[in-house]
Each structure stands twice: as structure tokens, then as C-alpha cells.
Write a protein that binds this ligand. Structure first.
Ligand code: CIR
Length: 268
């Protein structure tokens, strides 16, 4: 099934990350979390710690200036999908976030001289894209529509990857596919129970987040480390049992705005 794919190592090494600190009006961003307004000063501190963790993993972190035109713009992951075979600029599903792509396009030009782009009427958020070695899972969500998912799947084919579109619109708890799914390498995935029985994931070893630890499924494997939200001991124990070197990070202020660890950077 994976014949003719681009050859991408399961344990791809990243060298760079693009991030953008929250802007002063971060609290005006979109959220359904009902956890109260974020503390801006604390969000900045947590973002700094996140960047330090990426550096600890060996990445050079490029920091874009905060942009108060777009209160959700620290969630850079939603604006592009970067692979070792090519980059795709997205067309975010929330109207208030559409303009975020402009500055990301500029920032990426130096590293990806030719990029593909999702075109109207397609919409796609990077948070709906989960890469598992040479295969991609694309979530059909309230942000990513069929046109966007199909366009993206075609770009992936041209890059030499395979993909599966997964409809998560019935899973109300999921803003994006990666709100409840992460690929850890080694054919292993971390996911919420609600999607764990789906046939698309049958071939993978599945670690399930239970007991109110669903938020922690949005973790990121970076160069042999796993960045994980702090405060989820069950999830962290499952990772440590499998010899992952975890870096717990306090994410409380981003969680209040529906954001997870993966959304705060574009890694390549
Ligand atoms: C939004 O609703 O768009 C932001 N407040 C949160 C985006 C989080 N992004 C992600 O999970 N990839």
C-alpha cells in the first residue's frame, strides 16, 4: 500500500521551528474551552518555556513578531503543513484567521522556494493534519472541509505520500484531528478513546488517553523527545514506560484558547 512513497524516516530529525508569541489581545481569540480568560503574562512565560524546549531538542527557533491583527496567530501550525518533500500553505477554516497565512508565506519563502496553496472554496487547518511516517491522516472538521482535504491529499500524492481523510465532525470534543491524535513514530499513536476503534488506526499500536487526560494526546515528538502538556501523569507514565524522554510543559493558558502543544510551532 505504501509503495512509491516518498522515503521519510519514522524518526525524522528537525532542525528549525517557526513560532510566534501570543499578542496582547490573545484573549480575544476563538475558544470553546470555557476555562476562563487566559493570563497574558503567564501565556508569554509558557511560550518562552516552549521555545526553550524546542531548543533543548536541537532546533533553531525563528520567532515572528506578535501580531495583534490576529489574536489566534500564535497557533502557527494551522497556517501551513511542512514536509520533507514540500510545503503547503493552508486556508484556515475560521474567517478571522485567514490573514495569518500572509506573514507565514513570507517567513517560509527562504526555506521552501515553491509552496503549494489550498484554494477557495477549500479550507484546511494544519491542526487537522497528522503525519505518520509516509502516510498522512487528514481530519474533516469544522475547520477543514472536503474541498480543502481533497486538494491537500492531491498535493501529498504529488509529493509521494499517501493519505486518508477522516471525518471527525461527529466528535464534538475535537476542534482538530490532532486535538485527539499524535503520531509518536515506531508505528505508535496516542489518541482519545472516542476515535481509537476507527478502522483507519487498526494497524498501529494505540496508546489511549483516559481519565480526563484527553488534552495530553496533543503531544509532539521532536528529535527523540516528546513534548507533553504538564499535569497529565497517566499519559506521561505511558510514554515513559515505552522509554520516551518526555518534556512536560505548562500549557494552561493555551488550553484556555483551545490550543495544544503542536499548534504553537511549525517544525521542519
Ligand atoms: C482557534 O480556535 O483557531 C484557536 N483558538 C486555537 C487553534 C488551535 N490550533 C490547533 O489545535 N492546531
Amino acid at each position: 500500500m505504501l509503495a512509491n512513497c516518498a522515503s521519510v524516516s519514522d524518526n525524522q530529525m528537525f532542525t528549525k521551528a517557526i513560532v510566534r508569541p501570543p499578542s496582547c489581545n490573545f484573549a480575544e481569540g476563538l475558544t470553546s474551552a470555557r476555562l476562563g480568560p487566559p493570563d497574558f503574562a503567564l501565556a508569554l512565560k509558557q511560550h518562552e518555556a516552549y521555545c526553550a524546549a524546542l531548543e533543548q531538542c536541537g532546533l533553531t527557533v525563528m520567532t515572528l513578531p506578535p501580531d495583534d491583527l490576529y489574536p489566534d496567530s500564535c497557533f502557527v501550525e494551522d497556517t501551513a503543513v511542512l514536509t520533507s518533500q514540500g510545503a503547503v500553505l493552508t486556508r484556515p477554516g475560521a474567517t478571522s484567521r485567514g490573514g495569518e497565512v500572509v506573514s507565514i508565506r513570507k517567513a517560509l519563502a527562504e526555506f521552501f522556494p515553491s509552496t503549494q496553496e489550498i484554494a477557495a472554496p477549500g479550507t484546511l487547518d494544519g491542526g487537522d493534519v497528522c503525519q505518520a511516517a509516509n502516510h498522512f491522516f487528514i481530519g474533516l472538521s469544522n475547520r477543514t472541509n472536503e474541498a480543502g482535504a481533497t486538494q491537500f491529499a492531491q498535493f501529498l500524492t504529488s509529493f509521494g505520500y499517501t493519505s486518508t481523510i477522516i471525518d471527525i465532525r461527529a466528535n464534538q470534543a475535537l476542534l482538530h484531528l490532532k486535538s485527539g491524535l499524535a503520531y509518536l513514530g515506531d508505528n505508535r499513536m496516542l489518541m482519545i478513546e472516542a476515535i481509537s476503534a476507527r478502522r483507519e488506526f487498526r494497524g498501529y499500536e494505540r496508546l489511549i488517553a483516559r481519565g480526563g487526560e484527553e488534552y495530553a494526546t496533543n503531544c509532539v515528538r521532536v528529535n527523540g523527545h516528546v513534548l507533553i502538556a504538564a499535569g497529565f501523569p497517566g499519559m506521561e507514565a505511558q510514554l515513559r514506560e515505552r522509554a520516551y524522554e518526555t518534556i512536560p510543559l505548562d500549557m494552561s493558558e493555551f488550553q484556555k484558547m483551545d490550543g495544544g502543544l503542536s499548534c504553537l510551532s511549525l517544525r521542519f
